[in-house]
Write a protein that binds this ligand. Structure first.
Ligand SMILES: *Cc1c(COP(=O)(O)O)cnc(C)c1O
Length: 392
């Protein structure tokens, strides 16, 4: 019997190695990875430049804690400012930690505005991580069940509904921030329309609230730009969370903020033992460097269009398919029934996929994926959907 907590429904396969878009199990069998460790290994597995940077850094300095100045952490903050337009970064280890930092900023901002019992506007089906505050912010009762009392101070509205946001701001003057994913990931790969984020920006400005975008899954070129909200020219959040692909598998995350928002925190206000250590920062710097020089965003945008077009034409006329949607290489196929079995069906065809929100096949392939690999994803995914649910 396993000594591990039984917290995951795992596929019965034992991965020991990776290579680009492929995972290799302990029998030497190769699987095409169409989920990249949930949007983490965007540059593929065992990327030679990332591996070399990590190895080099491990021989130099892994950790010292934030009791001294760390040049690599400063350089990472510079690079993050460059790609995001947000001047300050707090470096953390995971998405949920970056969210905690954002939620703490919202509380400090509320104090400054004289709000006694502040609230954060969040969306139905949102997902922000697994800490107590992050599950409280998330709009999924299944991940909250049993952990009550939850952290309070959240006002929830339907995702993508600008009118509901406007009404919530009127009804709840205590709203100090809005925390929204530009593209919901766990919630079923839902893309906010352009108008929505712009309207949220306006509402936050009118009500002196912070616009906080959770780009943990949608960021780092996943949707074809460094950050998904950048598809709308000129839109700038006050706070943004980044994680998943930032370290290509090395745990590293960031809460980015405008200077005046970040200045709400002072020495002693917040911290992390591991956060921003030289090893993690070196990995993230290498990721940004490779993504920039290899023009990974452009590749993701093109590959995403190819993949979504091929899925649409191959699944056309399948009554079980409700909608195929996404942006860049963040793609969801919504069926009209629960379809978790498809993960096992795909595994049997040596493909790793994911199903989220019960009925949405989620594809987050590595952004370095080539055309033949894309074709293989289309072939297997359409094959297993037709086989299990197809019209006779
Ligand atoms: C994965 C995810 C998180 C949580 O990140 P962890 O690293 O698992 O803590 C938060 N928000 C979004 C949008 C995510 O996709």
């Amino acid at each position: 019997m396993s000594h591990l907590f039984n917290t995951y429904a795992r596929l019965p396969v034992r991965m020991v190695r990776g290579e680009g878009a492929w995972l290799i199990d302990d029998q030497g069998k190769r699987f095409l990875d169409a989920i990249s460790g949930i949007g983490v290994c965007s540059l593929g597995h065992a990327h030679p430049k990332i591996a070399a940077a990590i190895a080099d850094q491990a021989h130099k300095l892994i950790h010292t804690a934030n009791t001294v100045e760390l040049p690599l952490q400063e350089r990472l903050a510079d690079e993050l400012a460059d790609i995001s337009g947000l001047e300050r970064a707090f470096i953390a280890n995971s998405g949920a930690e970056a969210i905690e930092c954002a939620l703490k900023l919202a509380r400090l901002h509320a104090r400054r505005c004289g709000i006694e019992a502040p609230a954060v506007l969040v969306a139905e089906h949102g997902f922000h991580g697994r800490t107590l505050a992050a599950i409280s912010a998330s709009g999924n009762p299944a991940i909250q069940a049993g952990y009550e009392p939850l952290v309070d101070g959240f006002v929830r509205i339907p995702f993508g509904d600008a009118e509901a946001a406007a009404e919530a701001f009127e009804a709840h003057p205590e709203i100090a921030a809005a925390l929204i994913e530009p593209v919901q990931g766990e919630g079923g790969v839902r893309v906010a329309d352009d108008h929505y984020l712009r309207r949220l920006r306006e509402l936050c400005d009118e009500h002196q609230a912070l616009l906080m975008l959770d780009e943990i899954q949608s960021g780092m070129n996943r949707t074809g730009r460094w950050f998904a909200h950048q598809h709308q020219a000129g839109l700038r959040p006050d706070v943004m969370t980044v994680a998943k692909a930032l370290g290509n598998g090395v745990p590293v995350a960031a809460c980015l903020a405008r200077e005046e928002v970040a200045d709400l925190m002072r020495p002693g206000s917040h911290g992390s033992t591991f956060g921003g250590n030289p090893l993690a920062c070196r990995a993230a710097l290498e990721v940004i460097d490779v993504m920039r020089s290899d023009r990974i965003g452009e590749r993701a945008a093109r590959a995403g269009e190819q993949l979504i077009d091929a899925l649409r034409s191959n699944l056309d006329g399948q009554p079980v398919v409700r909608q195929i949607r996404g942006r860049g290489l963040m793609i969801g196929i919504e069926l009209d029934c629960d379809c978790a079995e498809l993960k096992q069906d795909a595994l049997e065809e040596e493909l790793i996929i994911n199903v989220t929100h019960g009925r949405v096949v989620r594809l987050l392939p590595p952004l370095i994926i080539d055309d033949a690999e894309l074709d293989r994803i289309v072939e297997v995914v359409t094959g297993i959907i037709r086989k299990r649910y197809g019209a006779a």
